[in-house]
Design a protein around this ligand. Structure first.
Ligand code: FE2
Ligand code: FE2
Length: 475
């Protein structure tokens, strides 16, 4: 079950050929997907041979095989982690009952919505990143971008499989609509706002893969607990792909920081203008990018109080992060949780029923996890002997969803007046001048082993290949 059949038109480990109707439906969707990839996938890249990894099995040891592939020929398919015999529902009102192998009628609409919302983010990020290849800082980075892109495409396949297999005609229509919405399109945008923002430059890309792909990790972890077993098994395999995306982000930002620190030491300066004249990205600008991407991403977890979140949990559709490792009753009926409220212009904590606060619970778990990489970035700065510390902003900063939407809060958590906000916003979020400066650095570096001036080379290559390996052949 765990090894993947590549001899079929759609690679899979779900015995697709045994279900002719499903196979035919997916084979009809496949050319539309390829058409979408041609229209909205990486710009001008169709003919490149890219050193990509492809899943060969879902075993942790051997899932990846590396080789040069043209992206339109990438073997997108359907890979589920093996099922657990007699898996039981382990949270919510159905705790202890057998996990569902099919969709219970009463949860159909909610499950479909969850799967569509997750599925929509996958092609959206490919669309957001489609022009970045034109300004890559190296072949190594270009290859990593393309790897992330093909795997987001694969994640779309993962969700479309569920829609086709379990949701009949509605599911097939949703699968078509996933190829029709477009990131940032006024008439037919992607569902979640962060996926309609631009990813205009590589610093944004690294921030996006660090912060926003990590949101993906947390959503997938919560769905990997689902009572709907096919969803749990699908998302578990997606998580193994997601880990690489976050690596690209963390190491990418780290390499930008390393290069900046080296320039600061060479020039013995922390003067922004001098550093910019030297063509590197000052740490204060990196901080503002962190502030932006962190705040936009934590909005993705939704309102701090949500009856939908409670219903999704109690009905067993979506668990908490690491549900299985927690020691409470996994029903949470009498429990409370602290969320933030604004009273007389001050942020105060208040207790609310935990079931209604599960978006906030997931957001707080996410925040703890995302701070880890920022600490590792700080170690690079410390090692360079530079007295500067990056932080994530307060969770009330720059929010547009839930109780905190529209409240003006500084990155340090002080509630500020409109006036102070307007006076300081360019110190807190990337200004148009910052963005223009970062954009001005984006050239195209593609000679093997060469790197743009604003970023340090990686410590090692991909799959133990040298850093100057030909990761992309341009033909
Ligand atoms: Fe994804
Ligand atoms: Fe991802």
């Amino acid at each position: 079950m765990s090894s993947i059949n590549y001899s079929e038109k759609i690679p899979n480990n779900v015995n697709l050929s045994e279900d002719r109707t499903l196979q035919r439906a997916l084979e009809q969707w496949q050319p539309n997907y390829l058409q979408w990839w041609g229209d909205m996938g990486p710009d001008g890249s169709q003919n490149f041979d890219v050193y990509l990894r492809t899943a060969v099995s879902v075993d942790p040891q051997g899932w990846a095989q590396f080789g040069h592939v043209k992206m339109p020929d990438y073997r997108w398919g359907i890979f589920l982690n093996p099922g657990e015999a007699d898996r039981k529902i382990h949270f919510g009102d159905h705790k202890g009952e057998a996990a569902w192998q099919d969709v219970p009628g009463e949860h159909r609409a909610n499950l479909r919505r969850i799967i569509v919302t997750q599925g929509d983010t996958e092609p959206a990020s490919v669309e957001q990143q489609r022009h970045l290849g034109l300004t890559c800082p190296s072949q190594y980075d270009l290859r990593n971008l393309f790897q992330v892109n093909v795997e987001e495409g694969r994640h779309l396949w993962a969700m479309v499989y569920l829609l086709h297999k379990y949701f009949g005609r509605d599911g097939r229509e949703e699968a078509e609509a996933l190829l029709e919405r477009r990131s940032g399109n006024e008439d037919n945008p992607r569902i979640l706002q962060a996926f309609n923002e631009k990813t205009p430059d590589w610093l944004s890309f690294f921030m996006f893969t660090y912060f926003t792909d990590r949101d993906g990790k947390f959503q997938l972890c919560a769905l990997a607990e689902s009572s709907f077993d096919p969803l749990a098994r699908t998302t578990k395999f997606m998580l193994t792909e997601e880990a690489h995306h976050m690596f690209v982000g963390e190491s990418g930002v780290g390499r930008v920081i390393s290069r900046t620190c080296a320039a600061m030491n060479e020039l013995k300066t922390d003067n922004v203008n001098k550093l910019r004249a030297a063509g590197v990205i000052d740490l204060a600008t990196i901080q503002r990018y962190i502030n932006f991407h962190f705040s936009v991403t934590i909005d993705l977890f939704g309102a701090d109080q949500s009856s939908n979140a409670a219903a999704f949990y109690s009905s067993g559709l979506k668990g908490r992060y690491e549900e299985g490792k927690r020691t409470d009753d996994h029903v949470l009926k009498g429990n409370t949780y602290k969320i933030l409220d604004v009273v007389n212009g001050q942020l105060v904590e208040k207790d609310v029923p935990m079931l209604n606060a599960l978006n906030e619970v997931l957001r707080d778990d996410y925040i703890k996890d995302s701070v880890g990489g920022v600490d590792r970035w700080n170690r690079l700065i410390e090692k360079a002997g530079i007295p500067f510390k990056l932080t994530v902003p307060h969770k009330a900063f720059h929010r547009s969803i839930g109780t905190l939407a529209g409240v003006k809060v500084a990155p340090d958590g002080r509630v500020v007046s409109e006036q102070e906000w307007n006076a300081k916003v360019d110190e807190w979020l990337p200004s148009s001048a910052d963005r223009a400066y970062v954009a001005s650095l984006m050239g195209r570096v593609v000679e093997p082993g060469k790197f743009a001036n604003w970023i340090a080379p990686p410590v090692m290559g991909i799959n133990r290949q040298p850093v100057d390996f030909d990761y992309v052949r341009f033909n």
